[in-house]
Design a protein around this ligand. Structure first.
Ligand code: PXP
Length: 244
């Protein structure tokens, strides 16, 4: 059993996906953020993509204004996004790789080997007092590179663990080892992507894990049972795994 409390960050991007399907204001991602807060979320995550396919600039400002929880602003490592983040002033900026043609964030950020390109961008975030989180694969090289770049947090990509049933056991070992290494280097360890009620347990049970960021499954489940029960059920799975 871990002493380390495990936070649940709720990603509300897909409320904006549904809103944008019709071009009007409904359903409002700010309302979803407030509902998640009322349901016991520990943080709100939103991704302002370069193509604005779901969350838009004004959403980010409105969410930050409305919530009392920490805001995790997901974004690509571009000057444009960092300018916006510096205005929004989130608790953390989570840097993700982004390709326009992808359906979702398909892999971790390549940090190792790109230090010279990334350092000035990261410095702007850190100098503004915003926590720097890097969304990376569970790889020793990437974790060591993240630590060397002064990141506060690494968020481990759980996409392969969730979607490749045959490789899941091996990927879980890699994620466990990565979490232990990150912790030993002083990095706060988070994880996310693709987690659902069936896959969350083994990730939640990793003692060095501090936060899970979950969006698509939770919002889909909320359509059937509501945001509050969906978050409550996810939290029960997380707590049960932690207690075991
Ligand atoms: N963490 C990061 C960095 C992500 O990019 C995403 C997807 O936007 C998530 C967590 C949440 O993934 P999902 O929506 O599959 O739960």
């Amino acid at each position: 059993m871990s002493d380390n409390p495990l936070r649940l960050g709720v990603n509300i991007d897909h409320v904006a996906t549904v809103r944008n399907a019709r071009g009007g204001p409904h359903p409002d991602p700010v309302r979803a953020a407030l509902a998640a807060e009322a349901a016991g979320a520990d943080g709100i995550t939103a991704h302002l993509r370069e193509d604005r396919r779901h969350i838009r600039d004004a959403d980010m400002f409105a969410i930050k204004q409305a919530i009392s929880l920490p805001l995790n602003f997901e974004m690509a490592a571009t000057s444009e996004m960092i300018d916006i983040a510096l205005d929004v002033k989130p608790n953390a900026a989570c840097i993700v790789p982004e390709r326009r043609e992808e359906v979702t964030t398909e892999g971790g950020l390549a940090v190792a080997g790109r230090e010279a390109q990334l350092a000035p961008l990261f410095a702007r975030i850190l100098d503004a007092g915003i926590r720097l989180s890097l969304f990376i694969e569970a790889s020793e090289v990437e974790i060591r590179a993240a630590a060397a770049m002064g990141a506060d947090i690494v968020e481990l990509h759980t996409g392969r663990y969730c979607h490749d049933a045959a490789g899941r056991a091996d990927e879980l070992v890699r994620i466990r080892q990565a979490a232990a290494l990150a912790d030993s280097l002083g990095l706060e360890c988070h994880a996310g992507h693709g987690l659902d009620f069936d896959t969350v347990g083994p990730i939640a049970a990793i003692p060095q894990m501090h936060e899970l960021n979950i969006g698509h499954f939770l919002m889909g489940e909320a359509m059937f049972r509501g945001i509050e029960p969906a978050i409550g059920e996810m939290r029960r799975h997380m707590l049960a795994a932690r207690a075991s």
